[in-house]
Ligand binder design. Structure first.
Ligand code: GLC
Length: 742
């Protein structure tokens, strides 16, 4: 090429706009993400770096407009995508295109004991979040069920770290397949709502590592969660959103988390701690951004101007800032700038189908004396449905997981639709609980007002019950303060609103009584011996009535198992008998000692020779019966790096198809530290036709045998005798087989 032509070509190339030239690395999705992060970081000014690590509105954080790096849009919640809110408000913005599908609450998902349902759940709710153009979905929650009073247990996955770990991973994967980040919360030890902003949890390392961390660790290391949300509470006198041990040492250090730590809304309290202790995205520091009397309070967030001032005064460097920005950029490249992500979908038939199937698989049949269920459609001609929860919408309220649904099928609607043409369904209120129906501007439109006295309501219910072939009482809790609701706990284990009295009266009036408990928590059942059939109905979301009716009529055999223990009394719960629950107030914090240590839930129940739970962890009946063979092991001894495979045959000995959840617990017969009688280490849900038999096998490695030795700060599998315990619940052991770790 002649010299002149060469110069001309070079001049032309130099003149071409950026876009036509070789793309800058950070914009090139074919380049490794770490190269893109470094390239973008190198181009950003100090002001731009600070801008991306804190909120710019209620649910969004800034991008870098100059470089074409987009903002991050987050939204609640674990059960469905929250409606759009005003820039600085919790109030909904009144859009008309943001009604969603409400999926069942996560305790119901955990109760399916079916990781396939978790994947389906994550995919479905992730598609709705993607369609709504959200980059981060603020869920799931995996805090351990330590007390049945915790207002937010319905958003979590129960009392056992292994069950929560197995059920959270597919949910994370399902959501993130859509190019939407999960935000696993609330890290960590946020196990009740009373004094949630200043409760300082004191817990030993053994319980921290064996009980409270595993589900988060699984979400990070197996699920590859892209963000984690810090909790409001304190641990070791540092708020969890700025907690060096939790965020730096454990999450980012031991676990190698490469994502971003998002604060809970208002969880950051101090600039220096936030800089040094590992929070990467500060949200909600003032509940309405602009109200603190300055032009834009977001610039006054702890990680905004106050941070800039410390840098400019030479008091801090920018090393921590660059680490935060790297993590936020990585998050943006995985989500907002990910051009290969699918487009999602919303309110699709598939999502309603998923919501119903998850509900059907999570509903737990607690008791079924005399086979009162399933409803015999050829015999039952008059059904009385009693109770406020048969009609009350449950998708509005409860705190940040509240939703604006396209529709919600109530238990009564579901039962009426399914029995149409087969039985006459009469409804009476039975009791009056919470007549409210609004949250953040979302209204249910229901008028539940009823001024009658309890006596009048009960008299009416008894009258109707006497004339019915079958009575279905639908009660339980709801999403109002003091029930299953964020930022408050329940005052007692009892059912509210005088429901026990209604149930007793109904049992007196007609022995053919089914009680359906709609709740995310265990409740006391003083009438348990007088009621032949009891169903744990959960908060089931948009398809509530259809899922419930399917199970009550036997279209679907119930296959849910309890993800937490139902105690008879509150005193049977270690958080209340050993304490502490409400703890004692020190200056500006409330110290709560987790004195029970690792003995949470069935781990405690197993130690109590006298006290038996009302219903055990893992309990759930079906409409058929199963028989177990004798469990066997493929070897009697194993080395610490070896494995042992446990096999057991299960047979459906009834006349209907059913699903059984085969649970495998491990018992360490002799250990240098106290260990629970048994601990869940594997489970499998198997569907069996009448007469069908399947062999289920579980392979156990050292993880299943180890305990956390806090002094050595490591997991230890001690040589000695172990037992593999095959069970249908923590209280229903089917067989044991011994083996030895050499
Ligand atoms: C709330 C909750 C958290 C939620 C966030 C945004 O206070 O604790 O779970 O995601 O703030 O609504």
């Amino acid at each position: 090429m002649k010299k002149k032509q060469l110069w001309f070509t070079l001049a032309l190339a130099a003149a071409l706009p950026l876009s036509a030239q070789q793309k800058p690395v950070y914009l090139d999705e074919n380049r490794p993400i770490e190269e893109r992060v470094e390239d973008a970081l190198g181009r950003m000014t100090l002001a731009e770096k600070l801008h991306v690590i804190h909120a710019q509105s209620k649910f969004s954080s800034g991008g870098v407009p100059r470089l074409g790096i987009p903002e991050l849009w987050t939204d609640d919640g674990p059960h469905g995508v929250r409606p759009e809110v005003l820039w600085d408000e919790w109030e909904q913005a009144g859009w008309t295109n943001d009604s969603c599908v409400a999926f069942p609450a996560l305790t119901c998902l955990a109760a399916t004991w079916n990781p396939d349902m978790s994947l389906l759940y994550g995919q479905s709710v992730g598609e709705e979040a993607r369609f709504r153009e959200k980059d981060v979905l603020l869920g799931p929650g995996v805090n351990i069920y330590r007390t049945p009073l915790n207002g937010r247990n319905f958003e979590y996955m129960g009392e056992d770290p292994y069950l929560s770990s197995r059920m959270v991973v597919p949910y994370v994967q399902g959501v993130q397949q859509n190019g939407v980040a999960v935000c696993v919360k609330h890290f960590a030890l946020n196990n009740h709502e009373v004094n949630r902003h200043n409760t300082n949890v004191i817990v030993d390392d053994r319980a921290l590592y064996e009980i409270y961390l595993p589900a988060f660790k699984a979400a990070v290391q197996e699920g590859k969660a892209w963000t984690i949300m810090g909790g409001y509470n304190l641990y070791q006198n540092q708020h969890c959103c700025q907690n060096e041990r939790l965020l730096q040492d454990i999450l980012k250090g031991e676990w190698g988390f490469d994502g971003a730590v998002v604060s809970d809304w208002g969880g950051v309290h101090n600039t220096e701690q936030a800089i040094a202790h590992g929070v990467d995205l500060e949200f909600g520091s003032w509940t309405d951004g602009l109200a603190n009397g300055v032009s834009n309070a977001y610039d006054n967030y702890y990680l905004a101007n106050p941070y800039l001032e410390l840098i400019q005064a030479g008091k801090v460097g920018t090393r921590e800032l660059d680490d935060k920005v790297r993590r936020v950029l990585r998050l943006i490249f995985r989500t907002a700038m990910n051009t290969r992500k699918p487009f999602g979908s919303m309110c699709s038939p598939e999502h309603y189908d998923a919501a119903r199937r998850i509900g059907e698989e999570g509903i737990v049949l607690l008791k079924n004396e005399g086979g009162l269920l399933p409803i015999r459609l050829d015999e039952v001609k008059k059904v009385a449905v009693v109770g406020e929860n048969a009609v009350k919408m449950m998708t509005v309220g409860g705190g940040s997981s509240s939703l604006k649904v396209q529709r919600e099928v109530s238990p009564l609607d579901g039962i009426r639709a399914r029995l149409k043409g087969k039985a006459e369904v009469t409804y009476v209120r039975g009791y009056v609980g919470d007549v409210g129906g609004e949250y953040n501007g979302v209204v249910t439109g229901q008028d539940l007002k009823d001024d009658r006295t309890p006596d009048e309501l009960i008299a009416e219910a008894v009258q109707v019950a006497k004339e019915a072939d079958l009575v279905i009482f639908v009660g339980g809790l709801n999403k109002s303060a003091g029930q299953d609701c964020e930022d408050s706990d329940r005052a007692s284990l009892s059912l509210p609103y005088g429901q026990d009295r209604v149930i007793e009266a109904l049992a007196e009036a007609n022995p053919r009584l089914v009680v359906v408990n709609i709740s995310g928590n265990a409740v006391a059942m003083p009438w348990v011996d007088r009621v032949p059939a009891i169903v744990q109905g959960w908060f089931l979301g948009s398809e509530a009535g259809n899922a419930l009716a399917s199970v009550l009529t036997g279209d679907v055999s119930p296959s849910g198992r309890l993800p937490f223990t139902f105690p008879v009394r509150l005193e049977d719960v270690p958080a209340h008998s050993l304490g502490e629950y409400t703890g004692e107030r020190r200056r500006d914090t409330v110290d709560i000692r987790y004195n029970e240590g690792i003995f949470v839930g069935y781990r405690w129940a197993d130690k109590q020779k006298k006290v038996k739970p009302l219903f055990a962890f893992g309990h759930g009946l079906t409409y058929t019966t199963f028989e177990y063979g004798k469990p066997t092991v493929d070897r009697k001894t194993l080395t610490v790096d070896g494995t042992v495979t446990v096999r057991v045959k299960v047979k459906n000995t009834g006349s209907r198809e059913g699903q059984e959840v085969v649970q495998l617990y491990v018992s360490d017969l002799k250990s240098s530290l106290p260990r629970p009688v048994k601990e869940l280490k594997a489970f499998r849900k198997v569907r069996l036709a009448p007469g069908e038999e399947q062999e289920v096998s579980f392979t156990l490695g050292r993880d299943a045998l180890s305990f956390f030795d806090a002094d050595r700060h490591e997991w230890v599998a001690e040589p000695g005798k172990f037992e593999a315990i095959v069970a249908a619940s923590a209280a229903d052991v089917k067989g044991k087989v011994a083996f030895e770790l050499k």
